[in-house]
Design a protein around this ligand. Sequence first.
Ligand code: PMP
Length: 381
Amino acid sequence: MLLPQRDGTFFLSRDRSDGASIEVDGRAVVNFSSYDYLGLTQHPEVLAASHGALDRFGSSASASRMVCGQTAVHDALDERIARFLGTESAMTFNSGFGTNASTIGFLFEPRDLVLHDAYMHQSALEGIRLSGATRMSFRHNDVAALAALLETEAPKYRKVLVLVEGAYSMDGDVCPLREIAALKRRHDFYLMVDEAHSLGTVGATGRGIGEHAGVDRADVDLWMGTLSKTLASCGGYIAGNGELVEFLRYNCPGYVYSAALPPVGAAAAEAALGVLEREPERSVALQDKVQMAQSLARAAGLDIGTADVAPILPVILGERDLTLHTSFALYQRGLCAHPLVYPAVPKHQARLRFFITGLHTEAQLQEAFDAVAAIVAEATA
Ligand code: PMP
């Protein structure tokens, strides 16, 4: 359990944001804890679309989508997500967490089995709990371990769901989706991929892990993603087969019994996706920056674990107290990177997490990694 800290970086309140720089208590701080991967939250088109929706619809959807909370902006967002991903259909929820929890919770039941990567996000685990299905995890990214469970356990259950993430938010690595999708040729299961951190950040045109791994859209039954990261808003989506999405629209509790996301949020996400669609080079530039950040961190002597192509860079320091101390010392130097400690990550693998975004400069990255190395050297001397 993590107890409240006096000298900590949790629950900082920003007074303003300006690119990668935020202001906290009158002080400018470089923010490495933002999901704004492509830097679109302050893009002029995103702001103009948001202002337009605010003027047209007011501040709230004021109802569930099923009963008049829906607007033309919500429809446009759903359609654009489906078109961008190349799925038959898509629907958007007012929370990314709620999208996982409610969709998994609704679609599966106690006679079912859910096999999930050991590093799966809490929102998906909550969904499994809600469903009452049997839950078994396999070692992170271990396709052979998953195949073994499909062989020995899956036949005992009615339906089987395999759950993975496109990119993992504690390590910055990606899932071997091609190999996992190939298992469908031998086993009967539903496949769901959470693209919270891979949409817009991986793949030649930012279309995520499907594009990166060269997997057919139809090989994955449920493409899930969030609007709160690359898409510069808040909420989540499910994209896939038209009939499945229609079924969820009429039945999924987190969709039917919850107010639609505010039109202003839908407009922001739709505009952000429009920018990404038109300018895939933003995603490519981010991918280059991720490689640069990894080189800089390694050159500073830091352990970045299994970081791969995703824009998440863990700096593994090991012990919890050293990690908490380093995060706060960094903050005092005007650099904000949050600590991850047990139970969020395994014991003795405490780390700082740097989200790399299109907003960060090489100089900011260099400064941050040099500062971490210096703080750790001083603390452990
Ligand atoms: N899935 C993953 C993998 C996440 O990392 C998160 C949150 N960062 C969510 C789902 C939940 O999304 P949101 O924060 O938009 O509710």
